[in-house]
Design a protein around this ligand. Structure first.
Ligand code: CDT
Length: 309
């Protein structure tokens, strides 16, 4: 057995005026609760340090600089790193990254028990739009404020296993999971901020939106025989609701733990990384069963085409 006790540290809403310091204090509180349950790895949401700012339109992208981190750790997040080191706890969280070259990414990091950043991931599948869209009930401007990630989907030797990351909308794309599956991933950690309503379809209900979220994570876990830990930022942020539904999913695709609120809430589960072996050696033994000679379209085209193979 290779047991890892993991905590999904769901965050409730973060308002526009909430300071980084106040958010980090909430994250530390969840970390202390996790320590009391002997957690090895704590996973926080996408853009964990701020409100989900891509809902706000700015003509001048530079006006969003206040939501970005220029270095990590920094003055605001150092207390989080220090507490993690004191607890000997590894962590994962997302934030808006502004590089020294002025590039902007929606980023997540894996931090080891000694507080070292050992893995960086930059969100590849940016949802939404790049210009103000008057047709939508609210904006989702990730394509305006971020570049698509430039690091692919790497996996990392971490806590005695093989770990990967993705962020929010990435979970809906089977390519995300398979690229990590092909590297033998054993646990995928991801954070999300998902609106409870569809800005382009007021009829779509929350039940269906949660179904699509769970369907995506459960399918990704099952089809790649990996654990998955999906963590929400939830609740009403500046009048805009985000759903909860943080889940831990086993390599059979079954939900083994799920949050019940839209507030700060901790889910803890002990995951045996060896539980990934059965699926990887049988149904999803890729080396025996995959037929890549028939998958060329997956990398050759983006949109739908009926041209001959
Ligand atoms: N943050 C994020 O990626 N949210 C998306 C919703 C996009 S709606 C335009 C998601 O896939 O949950």
């Amino acid at each position: 057995m290779r047991n890892i006790t993991v905590a999904a540290a769901q965050l409730g809403p973060i308002q526009k005026d909430d300071s980084r310091q106040a958010v980090v204090a909430r994250m530390i509180d969840l970390m202390d609760q996790a320590k009391a349950q002997d957690v090895d790895l704590i996973v926080y949401p996408e853009l964990a340090l701020t409100t989900f700012f891509p809902r706000w339109y700015h003509e001048d992208v530079a006006e969003t600089d206040i939501w970005f981190e220029r270095e990590m750790p920094n003055a605001a997040t150092r207390p989080l790193f220090e507490r993690a080191i004191a607890h000997g706890m590894a962590m994962n969280f997302g934030y808006a990254e502004l590089t020294p070259e002025g590039r902007r990414f929606n980023t997540a990091i894996l931090v080891d028990r000694e507080g070292q950043i050992v893995g960086t991931y930059r969100k590849v599948h940016l949802p939404g739009h790049g210009e103000f869209d008057p047709e939508r009930a609210f904006q989702h401007l990730e394509k305006r404020y971020f570049e698509p990630g430039d690091l692919g989907f790497p996996v990392f030797d971490f806590l005695g296993g093989t770990f990967g990351m993705c962020i929010c909308n990435d979970r809906r794309w089977p390519e995300t999971w398979r690229v990590m599956g092909l590297q033998g991933v054993e646990m995928v950690v991801l954070g999300f901020n998902t609106p409870s309503v569809n800005s382009q379809d007021a009829e779509e209900n929350l039940e269906r939106r949660l179904f699509h979220h769970k369907l995506s994570v459960q399918a990704g876990a099952y089809q790649n025989a990996t654990w998955a830990v999906a963590v929400a930022k939830a609740g009403v942020e500046d009048g805009h609701p985000l759903f909860g539904g943080s889940i831990i999913v086993n390599p059979e695709g079954e939900i083994v733990a799920e949050t019940q609120t839209e507030d700060d809430e901790l889910l803890v589960h002990t995951c045996d990384l060896d539980a990934t072996t059965f699926g990887k050696k049988t149904m999803f033994d890729f080396s025996r069963h995959r037929r890549p000679e028939h998958y060329g379209r997956i990398v050759a085209q983006t949109g739908v085409e009926r041209s001959p193979d």
